[in-house]
Design a protein around this ligand. Structure first.
Ligand SMILES: Cc1cc2nc3c(=O)[nH]c(=O)nc-3n(C[C@H](O)[C@H](O)[C@H](O)COP(=O)(O)O)c2cc1C
Length: 281
């Protein structure tokens, strides 16, 4: 198989690392790959904060609530950066409103992630392992303070990286037959949808505990009302386990918490300098 295709198809997130540092030469190659990623208007509205020191690594691990991060020798925090563009515009006597408008945010968010993914793939090509770390979003203020990010520089996601100590196993995925649509979107029949997810999450069942059941009922009733919550709970009890969708949306990424924390998130993004999220509240 083509080498690049093999790399892309065989990749997996890595969460165990040796103590070996990422060399300056490897770092330079990673960053070179990152800056050549596609970016809207070739504007590169992103910055990357490189973290290697033990104290900062430990702080990051604590903020993200994932202790394995302490063992990764390198962390790259990918940030949207409107600050640099705003300064450039001012110095060049040009108008600038990107931090106050939704469209530039939409593009800059994509630019930032695309740059991160080019670096992620480059890392795989160099025999490094990496894993994205999402909870950066819940800690934007603390990370802004820790990395002294000016207004308009917003951390989006982090990539923990190093040489794998155990080669990670591949995760199952929904296949092209499910995620690709020919010309127009089509809803696959419910039975096919269920079997595709069953195949992906084989035997992913979670035992019932009183605490989880209460938490699950709380999540469902807050979003869809008590009647549906009762129906869901009755189903869980009859089946004697939580299925994967219930674990994901009712216990792990709780639908109610996601929904009701949105105003707080808008406020946080607005405070970080993205005035386009200022709802006036
Ligand atoms: C935006 C994003 C955030 C993620 N956050 C975390 C995280 O906080 N901790 C973690 O261990 N893995 C995290 N991951 C890795 C996913 O769990 C992983 O990609 C997924 O389980 C699929 O496995 P694979 O990457 O090996 O194919 C994240 C991935 C993405 C793309």
């Amino acid at each position: 198989m083509n080498k690049t295709l093999k790399l892309l198809i065989n990749r997996a997130s890595c969460r165990t690392f040796t103590k070996k540092k990422v060399s300056p030469a490897a770092l330079a190659s990673l960053f070179e790959a990152g800056i050549h990623a596609p970016t809207g208007g070739n504007l590169q509205p992103y910055s990357i904060i490189k973290i290697e020191k033990a104290a900062a690594t430990a702080r990051l691990a604590k903020l993200c609530g994932q202790s394995f991060l302490k063992k990764a020798p390198l962390h790259l925090i990918f940030c949207i950066d409107f600050h640099r563009l705003k300064r450039w515009a001012k110095l060049q006597e040009a108008p600038f409103s990107a931090e106050r408008a939704l469209r530039p945010f939409w593009i800059a968010f994509q630019d930032t992630i695309i740059c991160a993914q080019s670096i992620c793939t480059a890392a795989d090509a160099l025999g490094l392992g990496s894993v994205y770390i999402g909870p950066i979003f819940d800690r934007i203020s603390a990370i802004r303070e820790m990395c002294r990010l000016p207004k308009g520089v917003i951390p989006v996601v982090s990539l923990a990286m190093g040489y794998p100590s155990i080669f990670p196993g591949q995760r199952k995925k929904l296949g092209p037959g499910i995620v690709v649509h020919n010309e127009v979107y089509r809803d696959i029949p419910a039975a096919q949808l269920l079997s595709a997810f069953d195949e992906k999450y084989k035997d992913a069942r979670k035992e019932i505990t009183a605490k989880d059941l209460k938490s699950f009922y709380g999540a469902v009733s807050a979003v869809h009302g008590r009647k549906f919550a009762q129906k869901c709970v009755t189903g869980v009890k009859a089946r004697k386990y939580f299925n994967k969708a219930q674990v994901y949306f009712g216990l792990h990424y709780r639908a109610d918490k996601m929904l009701f924390s949105t105003p707080k998130h808008f406020k946080m993004l607005s405070r970080a300098g993205l005035a386009c999220f200022d709802t006036g509240k």
